[in-house]
Design a protein around this ligand. Structure first.
Ligand SMILES: [Zn+2]
Ligand SMILES: [Zn+2]
Length: 121
């Protein structure tokens, strides 16, 4: 089960709920694929074919460096030939993978507070 984190700026009132953690549906490969770019989908499906194990997904609040959107940055982890691998997700709005953790407001540079707004699965 994942947490819904409310990212809030006291300065300008910017507020965004971000779905972090993992979902029970993360064991479905189709759901995981949606987080990845086509090239990385290929890497993952190739890995699955070749016996990748322990596939899991993490999400955390971050800010896209390119478009300033606050979103749940996702990373897909798996194990292949006893080596831990990671595939990064991208910004759902602009497709960039460059992001920073959500600490400073992208609008006014004020401090962002994080609070738990609920749970999801
Ligand atoms: Zn702000
Ligand atoms: Zn973006």
């Amino acid at each position: 089960m994942g947490k819904i984190i409310r990212v809030k700026c006291e300065g300008c009132g910017l507020e965004k709920d971000v779905y972090t953690g993992g979902s029970i549906r993360d064991c479905e490969i189709e759901m995981i694929m949606k987080l990845l770019t086509p090239e990385r989908q290929e890497i993952l499906s190739e890995a699955v074919k070749n016996g990748a194990s322990g596939i899991s997904v993490t999400r955390e609040p971050c800010i896209c460096v390119s478009c300033g959107e606050i979103y749940a940055y996702s990373a897909v982890f798996y194990r292949m030939n006893n080596i831990d691998k990671r595939l990064r997700g991208v910004c759902p709005h602009c497709g960039s993978e460059n992001c920073i953790s959500a600490k400073k407001c992208p609008q006014c540079k004020g401090v962002l507070s994080h609070s738990i707004a609920g749970h999801w699965d």
